[in-house]
Design a protein around this ligand. Structure first.
Ligand code: APR
Ligand code: PHB
Length: 391
């Protein structure tokens, strides 16, 4: 088997890259360890920044997003019973779109298969050979049979637990890590969502009300890192959500059947550089954001747009310049995006070790944000377009 770009992983990073390359005449084969149903069923965030919306449209796959996605014009933050309303178009001229990541993934998979282009599920990459040479090889196992894919370049889009980041010799890629001792319990509920995306900083902990459709709410609570979804009864979940959202009469937030739940530990992680020889890392394979701000998918899209530009220039003009600069072109945006998410996390969550002084600082910052359109603009600006890159 042979192709120009061997793509490991069919999450958002690998799938977007395959489409960006196909539109510009570059061949790729996507190898994904899991089944199609598994990949399409994975519930993740659902906020598309302006640049991600544009990318969906530019690759010609925005129709369902435009029909079913929900334009979001505001981001609200509650504290002490007050509400800060960030009017996104007023502050930035742009909006974001609510459209579940798994819907994006479904659209990209369906289009790839409909175009008859190679995307192999249950194909697990077990080894990467010769990444320094002109013809790297991916050894992968499908249906119990070991096979080899020879390519010009490897795109490591295989997520945080993938194999690609481990392929370069020890010490080549540096890791920068911040761990948190709390997690987000996320649920999907058949209940009409509240009107706006709303974060809350409460003495009991952080909460977030988002949505997936006019009938489905996506809701989160900060919980201890050791917590498990089954530790929470539905009643406990709703009571805690009402309390943290300052919905004291339990009249604002509608309850309904909780049909999915998960707990995700928060962490921030950066791998630098994002390339070695003919291997290029993108998305969760080389950075993880804490979820406040919903940057994970958007950051992955920024990476693969940059990578696609470098690969297309290589095949069209024979220039390696864009590829050689790939990591340098991405890394400032990556640090800035992680900084934003870490700052939002720090502003909105309760920390075990937090002193009353530090809680006072958080409240003072929220009060300042409440009264300052300039400060609101700083938050809104980064929410709508921090991950954007120029093409
Ligand atoms: N061989 C083939 N595929 C693999 C291997 C392997 N050895 N290891 C992992 N994979 C696949 C995983 O099964 C997964 O489907 O790589 C894919 C990586 O996808 P994601 O984890 O979704 O990562 P990415 O595409 O970078 O997406 C970034 O999406 O995953 C969210 O939180 C993440 O929002 C962020 C964004
Ligand atoms: C979501 O809708 O899942 C979501 C929204 C905002 C976030 C994180 C997740 O910050």
């Amino acid at each position: 088997m042979r192709t120009q770009v061997g793509i490991v992983g069919a999450g958002p990073a690998g799938l977007f890259l395959s489409h960006l390359l196909a539109r510009q005449g570059v061949d790729s084969i996507v190898l994904e360890a899991q089944s199609r149903a598994y990949v399409e069923g994975r519930v993740r965030a659902g906020v598309l920044e302006a640049g991600t919306i544009d990318t969906m449209n530019n690759i010609g796959l925005g129709a369902r997003m435009r029909a079913e996605g929900m334009v979001d014009d505001s981001l609200n933050i509650r504290f002490r019973g007050k509400e800060i309303r960030l009017d996104l178009p007023g502050l930035t001229g742009r909006h974001v779109m609510i459209y579940g990541q798994q819907e994006v993934v479904k659209d990209l998979i369906a289009a790839r298969l409909a175009e008859g282009l190679p995307l192999l599920f249950e194909a697990t990459v077990e080894g990467i050979e010769d990444i320094q040479g002109p013809r790297p090889r991916l050894r992968f196992r499908k249906d119990g049979v070991e096979q080899v894919l020879e390519c010009d370049f490897v795109a490591g889009c295989d997520g945080f637990h993938g194999v690609c980041r481990q392929a370069p010799p020890e010490g080549v890629i540096r890791s920068f890590v911040k761990t948190y001792d709390f997690a987000w319990l996320g649920v999907l509920a058949r209940a009409a969502p509240i009107a706006d995306m709303t974060y809350a900083s409460h003495d009991r902990g952080f909460a977030l009300c988002s949505r997936r459709s006019p009938k489905v709410s996506r809701l989160y609570l900060q919980v201890p890192g050791s917590d498990a979804p089954e530790n929470w009864t539905d009643r406990q979940f709703w009571d805690e959500l009402h309390a943290r959202m300052f919905d004291t009469q339990a009249q604002e937030i509608q309850e309904g059947e909780i049909f999915q739940r998960d707990v995700a530990r928060l962490r921030a992680y950066i791998a630098d550089p994002m390339q070695y020889g003919r291997l290029f890392l993108a998305g969760d394979a080389c950075h993880i954001v804490p979820p406040a701000g919903a940057k994970g998918l958007n950051m992955a899209v920024g990476d693969v747009r940059t990578l696609a530009r470098g690969l297309v220039a290589f095949y069209r003009e024979g220039s390696r310049a864009g590829l050689d600069r790939y990591s340098a072109d991405c890394i400032d945006r990556v640090w800035k995006t992680i900084r934003y998410s870490v700052a939002l996390t720090g502003l909105l969550h309760r920390f075990d070790e937090q002193t009353p002084f530090e809680r006072g600082m958080q409240m003072a910052e929220l009060e300042f944000l409440h009264g300052s359109p300039a400060a609101q603009r700083v938050i809104a600006e980064q929410y709508v377009r921090l991950s954007d890159v120029s093409d």
